[in-house]
Design a protein around this ligand. Structure first.
Ligand code: C5P
Length: 236
């Protein structure tokens, strides 16, 4: 299925303020494909907060990055399923048994099966940080290694930085889903993101979904910003 430009955009709503999140989601419905809610929102507002945003009618990427023993992660996935998220994620570094347990837990739902993706190496970690952790591979090699393991475990894809798209695509093939943050339109401030790519360049490189936060949520007119980004993707 070919996705429309709007369907490719998940807006990251990083706030502990539920009312603000619901208002943003309501205003952006129809202008983005879904909403990403992470730990900042979830720890403050819990499942009820997720339901309040989901009630707006947009797909939810529940970005909780589970990482624990397989039994516990499977339980966390089962507990998340009643929220009917479109996307759930785990850390690939939790290991193959953990990823397989997470995948098997997806069968326990009467809702549409969510996409299950993995985080490979956090983009805040460089080669030196990995060496300190006892990992001898470069960050880039470790990312590709963990993406291949994720695929072998039957998960649907990974979150990756724009610069990792090409090497993961080459190893994991065309159907493996790549969800890409670190996106900045040419007209937006980069903020604390260092390795950034424009929405169009990320899609051209092979991204399936773009996670975009502050260029939309911090804009004077978030709807206009989302429309501008979708326009830039039109016809690619
Ligand atoms: O505001 P901004 O567009 O930078 O938000 C990007 C979102 O994607 C945030 O929720 C951030 O935590 C998340 N993210 C990221 N880089 C990663 C993984 C997740 O920016 N490597």
């Amino acid at each position: 299925m070919t996705l429309s430009p709007i369907q490719r955009i998940y807006v990251a709503i990083d706030t502990p303020d539920q009312a603000r999140a619901v208002t943003l989601a309501r205003n952006l419905a129809g202008h983005v494909g879904g909403v990403k809610l992470g730990k900042e929102f979830f720890v403050a507002n819990g499942p009820a907060g997720v339901r309040a945003v989901a009630d707006v009618g947009m797909p939810i990427f529940l970005d909780l990055k589970f990482h624990d023993i397989p039994n516990t992660v499977a339980g966390a996935i089962r507990s998340a399923l009643p929220l009917a998220p479109a996307i759930l994620n785990v850390h690939a570094s939790g290991g193959a048994a953990m990823m397989r347990a997470a995948k098997d837990a997806l069968d326990d739902t009467s809702h549409a099966r969510p996409m299950l993706i993995a985080v490979t190496v956090l983009t805040s970690l460089g080669d030196d940080d990995l060496a300190e952790l006892g990992i001898e591979k470069s960050a880039e090699d470790q990312v590709v290694h963990l993406a291949a393991l994720t695929k072998a475990c039957g998960l649907d894809g990974v979150v990756c930085s724009p610069r990792e798209i090409t090497s993961i695509r080459a190893v994991c093939g065309p159907d493996f889903k790549l969800i890409v943050p670190g996106i900045r339109p040419a007209w937006a401030a980069s903020g604390d993101q260092k390795r950034i790519t424009t929405p169009a360049d990320a899609i051209k490189a092979g991204a399936d979904y773009l996670v975009i936060g502050r260029p939309i949520t911090g804009a004077d007119d978030p709807v206009k910003a989302a429309e501008k980004i979708a326009d830039e993707l039109d016809g690619l």
